[in-house]
Design a protein around this ligand. Structure first.
Ligand code: SAH
Length: 243
């Protein structure tokens, strides 16, 4: 029986691949994914049909997966982190439903960047939080600004995915300026680059100083709420227990 699974592989270290995700890759005859993510699992794909593609070719990748599925293959589409968070799951499901394939599809969850960054920083998201991507590739910048403004006004802990890229080097600074309309300059901020993979870098700073640090597409930033504090080396948003 052929199937398609869209598989979250976590941050890119074998230790963080769930047993379910591992099984989905091992049992597949074909593995489709972004080149960079396929590299993380290259030891698992030997002998399989491998379709590697570049960034911004997501739709072609999904179409290729559906094509292989129709040929009778078991296909795993690899997605970094969790496939349902700025990942491949939505697009694949939309295309698959359009083609009437829904029954043979499974979304296999993975650990998202927010989780691994949070664990390296301590416990910054113990309370309500919002995740906002600063990528304006598929979302207009005005909408991103509105979400930043409102999430900060509501005092959420805010995780910023895709904080800056070579095409938009100023987006992180602009985002911090908006957040500072509602959050104090000394609000704790955790910057995590390449979590759980080569080149890992973790910095605990403040909202005022954060824009001076280099961030890129391998970085996630967690901005605290009004109750977030730094204790020892940890960034902690207290859950509210009496201690
Ligand atoms: N589906 C992915 C997110 C894709 S968007 C997930 O669930 O994690 C890509 C963004 O995720 C990057 O720009 C960065 O903000 C974040 N990211 C992914 N892996 C990361 C890592 N190992 N360290 C830090 N940030 C990471």
């Amino acid at each position: 029986m052929s199937w398609i699974k869209v598989v979250g592989i976590g941050p890119g270290c074998m230790d963080d691949l769930t047993p379910r995700a591992l099984r989905a890759i091992v049992e597949a005859n074909a593995v489709v994914g972004y080149v960079k993510y396929l590299k993380f699992i290259d030891s698992l794909v030997e002998g399989k049909t491998v379709v590697a593609s570049g960034m911004r070719t997501e739709a072609e990748r999904c179409k290729k997966a559906i094509e292989l599925y129709k040929k009778g293959l078991k296909v795993s589409v690899i997605s970094g982190g969790d496939p349902g968070i700025y990942g491949m799951a939505g697009l694949l499901l939309e295309l698959a439903v359009k083609e009437g394939l829904r029954a043979e599809i499974e979304v296999v969850p993975g650990i998202t960047a927010l989780n691994f960054a949070s664990s390296l920083l301590g416990a910054p998201i113990m309370q309500d939080f919002a995740a906002i991507s600063l990528s304006d590739h598929l979302t207009p910048w005005q909408i991103i600004e509105k979400r930043l403004d409102m999430a900060a006004a509501a005092d959420f802990v805010i995780a910023l995915y895709n904080p800056a890229s070579s095409e938009r080097p100023e987006s992180f600074r602009k985002a911090c300026d908006i957040l500072m309309k509602h959050k104090k300059a000394d609000t704790p901020v955790g910057i995590v680059k390449n979590a759980f993979r080569e080149g890992e870098w973790v910095k605990l700073t403040t909202l005022f100083e954060a824009p001076d640090y280099p961030v890129d597409m391998n970085t996630i930033v967690i901005v605290g709420s009004s109750s977030t504090k730094v204790m020892g080396n940890w960034m902690i948003t207290p859950r509210g227990y009496e201690i």
